[in-house]
Structure formats: structure tokens, C-alpha cells
Design a protein around this ligand. Structure first.
Ligand code: ZN
Length: 318
């Protein structure tokens, strides 16, 4: 294994999970393998590759075990799997995932609709998964990450109490989460709110404050990234081609676009370790695996500016 160059911001790719999960057609398993390998070759160090849910519920994710087993063979790549419950965690651990990510919703209505559990019950499930990981023979076991979804508002409940979100984060750490991030899966957040919430999160749980998972449904995605950076966030989720469009906003992108995020960070002088040309080339694999699927991104459309210099090559970091 070669030592990776230092980075300032970790870009965590969620396309193979979050993106593909919201597309009805399934990408063939062999194409998933190639796509993940191409993303890793472009410099992505962390990829969420699948979801361990019932294949009846999400047939697109039925090959999650196979995809994890292939992805963990890639050197220097942290392989994440989404697990909604203990059963999912068992599957992901068996396949060899390095990190488990659990969705816990701040909105009661969303939580019940999504995983048929109240937020409190979902927190207890995190405790169960923690106990499972701690009891494993292999050491160190996988880490447990939680993203609090609907942290900035909910399409079912509307406004979500900020105090409740922060209290939940503390409860999740107490239940054994290694990190707790905030997710804006419906694209409701604005930069002022993002900065305030991540500042409060860090104040409450310190260095266990995790990733920002932001969507671009209403065009606020990258503005929210800058606000989160100002609050000290150093991990951002994003999806290649912005796949994972919101079903409630046709034509709008879902997750922020990895290509645009990397360009933003690098041009601000923050090292990501990612090669934008290789990353943009990997978009072709989505078209192969899901012909006709709409993908997004401004930088891939417009190209890199003349004289563009990566942050690492500038020699100084802010
Ligand atoms: Zn998302």
C-alpha cells in the first residue's frame, strides 16, 4: 500500500448507494464494480457502495454484499455500507465493510414512514449495532457513523426543531456512534442555518461531529458547503453526476455533484486528493450502466478553466 498524500477535506462518494437507490432500474453488478474502481482511481478515498436492506424493498441494492466484497480489495479505499438495522449490519459486517452508516431521522413522521421506527427506537438500534461491532472477534471492528436526516427540515413535517436535532446527536454519541453528521436530504437548508447547526453540533459532541450530507434540490448545495466549511466541517458527501434526483422536484438534482464539489474545494485552495479529469471520465460508466439516465454537473459541462491549478500544486493551504 502506498501512503496517500495529505488532504484537507474528505469527499465521501455516495452515488453507488444514495444515487442508485433512488433510480428504479438496477445498474448491473459488473458495472458497479467498474464504476467504484474508477472513482477510487480518480482519488476518492471513501465510497458508500450499497445498502443492506430487504431486496424486496430495494432490488437495486440486492447485490450489496457482492459489491462490498469487491470494493474492499481496492487499496486505500474506505468502504461504507448503509445499514438501517441490526440485520443489515450483520450482512455488511459479513461482507467486510469498513464503516457502517445508519440513517436516523429527526422528523418523527419521516422516521416512521422510512424505517417504521420512532427516532428514539432508531437510536436504540444504533446501540444494538454498536454492541454487535464491539463483540466481534476481528479488531478493530467497523466504525458506526450516523447521519441525522431531515436535520434542516422535512417534506412531511416542515420545520424540525434545531434543539431536538442537537439533543439527538448527543443521544447518538451516548448510544455508541463514532460520528454523527447532519443530512439535508430534501434540500431545505440555507447557508446561515447550516453554519449555525454545524457550529452547535461541534459544540455539543466535539470531534465526533461528522459529515455534511447536502442536496442541491433548490440550488443551495454548494453555498451550504461553504457555510459548513466555515463551521469546521471536513467531510462532505456527494454523488457523481448528482444522481439521486429528488422525486418531489422533477428535473432538480439530488445530492450535490461530486465533480462540482471537488472543483469548488480545490479552487478554494483545499486539497482533496482527487484528479478532476479522471473523475469526469468516470461519468461515462453511469451512462453505460444506466443508458439514458440524466446526470448533472456544471464543471463537467463547462470544462476546467484555463490555467486551473490544484490546491496541492499551489503549495499553500488556507
Ligand atoms: Zn442524499
Amino acid at each position: 500500500m502506498t501512503e496517500s498524500a495529505p488532504i484537507d477535506v474528505l469527499v465521501s462518494e455516495v452515488g453507488p448507494r444514495d444515487g442508485l437507490q433512488s433510480i428504479k432500474r438496477a445498474m448491473p453488478t459488473a458495472v458497479k464494480h467498474r464504476w467504484i474502481a474508477a472513482l477510487a482511481a480518480a482519488g476518492l478515498r471513501e465510497i458508500e457502495v450499497g445498502s443492506f436492506v430487504s431486496p424486496k424493498l430495494l432490488p437495486q441494492m440486492a447485490d450489496a454484499g457482492e459489491v462490498v466484497r469487491e470494493a474492499i480489495r481496492i487499496p486505500n479505499l474506505t468502504v461504507l455500507a448503509l445499514v438501517p438495522n441490526l440485520k443489515g449490519a450483520e450482512g455488511a459486517i459479513e461482507a467486510g465493510a469498513h464503516k457502517l452508516t445508519m440513517p436516523v431521522s429527526a422528523s418523527r413522521a419521516h422516521s416512521l414512514a422510512n424505517i417504521r421506527k420512532t427516532p428514539e427506537e432508531a437510536i436504540e438500534e444504533v446501540r444494538n449495532v454498536r454492541a454487535l461491532c464491539d463483540g466481534l472477534a476481528r479488531a478493530p471492528g467497523p466504525t458506526v457513523e450516523v447521519g441525522i436526516s431531515t436535520a434542516f427540515g422535512c417534506s412531511m413535517e416542515g420545520a424540525v426543531s434545531e434543539d431536538w436535532v442537537i439533543r439527538m446527536a448527543a443521544m447518538l454519541v451516548e448510544a455508541g456512534a463514532d460520528s454523527v453528521g447532519l443530512s439535508d436530504s430534501v434540500g431545505y437548508a440555507n447557508p446561515v442555518q447550516v453554519k449555525r447547526m454545524f457550529t452547535r453540533l461541534r459544540g455539543e459532541i466535539g470531534d465526533k461531529a461528522g459529515a455534511a450530507h447536502l442536496h442541491n434540490t433548490r440550488g443551495q448545495g454548494l453555498a451550504n458547503v461553504v457555510a459548513a466549511l466555515e463551521a469546521g466541517v471536513t467531510t462532505f458527501d456527494a454523488s457523481q453526476g448528482g444522481i439521486g434526483g429528488c422525486p418531489y422536484a422533477p428535473g432538480a438534482t439530488g445530492n450535490i455533484v461530486t465533480e462540482d464539489l471537488v472543483f469548488l474545494l480545490e479552487s478554494m485552495g483545499l486539497r482533496t486528493g482527487i484528479d478532476l479529469e479522471k473523475l469526469i471520465a468516470a461519468r461515462g460508466i453511469i451512462a453505460e450502466g444506466l443508458p439514458g439516465e440524466q446526470i448533472y454537473g456544471s464543471v463537467p459541462e463547462a470544462g476546467l478553466p484555463k490555467g486551473f491549478v490544484y490546491a496541492a500544486a499551489k503549495g499553500t493551504t488556507p
